[in-house]
Design a protein around this ligand. Sequence first.
Ligand code: SF4
Length: 237
Amino acid sequence: MTGRVHSFQSMGAVDGPGLRYVVFFQGCPLRCAYCHNPDTWAFSGGQPVTVEQVLQKVRRCAPYIKESGGVTLTGGEPLAQPEFAAALLAALQAEGFHTALDTSCAALLAAARAALEHTDLLLADLKFSTEEDYRRYTGGSLSHTMEVLALAGQMGVPVWLRHVVVPGLTDGPEHAARFAALARTLPTLQKVELLPFHKLCLHKYENLGLPFPLADVPAASAEHLVSLRAALGNLAD
Ligand code: SF4
């Protein structure tokens, strides 16, 4: 079983609990306006690797990650390579590693189900709170995202939501109320990580010769998180 991977990070500390080995999948079907990994978009990029090759890399880090951390698949979009993602998650679980799947949920339900069967924690982006904004700023669908999240709930998979707070787009009180209402429909939700928008990715867009759609939007400050924190209460990280 072979997939395409953009890169590996051996000691990730921000993609799930504890110290983690992080596998960045290559290829993403969405085009989020604030994406900080445009270099992972092209399905033709990255390097081909087998499940066994990834396992060999992960095993070398076992002393650091096995007890309180684990392995996180992210991207790009891991579920855009559903067979590879599911096979890798299954193999990791079989060797006793905690598995986290970081996804935009832009995947067929059957593909999501196969991966979730071997996922200990779902790190899921809930990017906007209306269908219109979802389509406009990501190319994806809110209703489909909620279907995947509901599936995780039915399957009993714990969920951490991740949400980028963008000044002028996702920092207002109306959005905060809608977002909190959506979050509260998820029976296995454990917490919501609010990620302040930043522009550290600008050089990547320049290198790729791509315009950054939010170039004129200021980085988010603590002030921009206030509405969401208030609406989410103890769910906010
Ligand atoms: S889903 Fe993630 S990788 Fe894909 S465009 Fe959006 S932010 Fe970027």
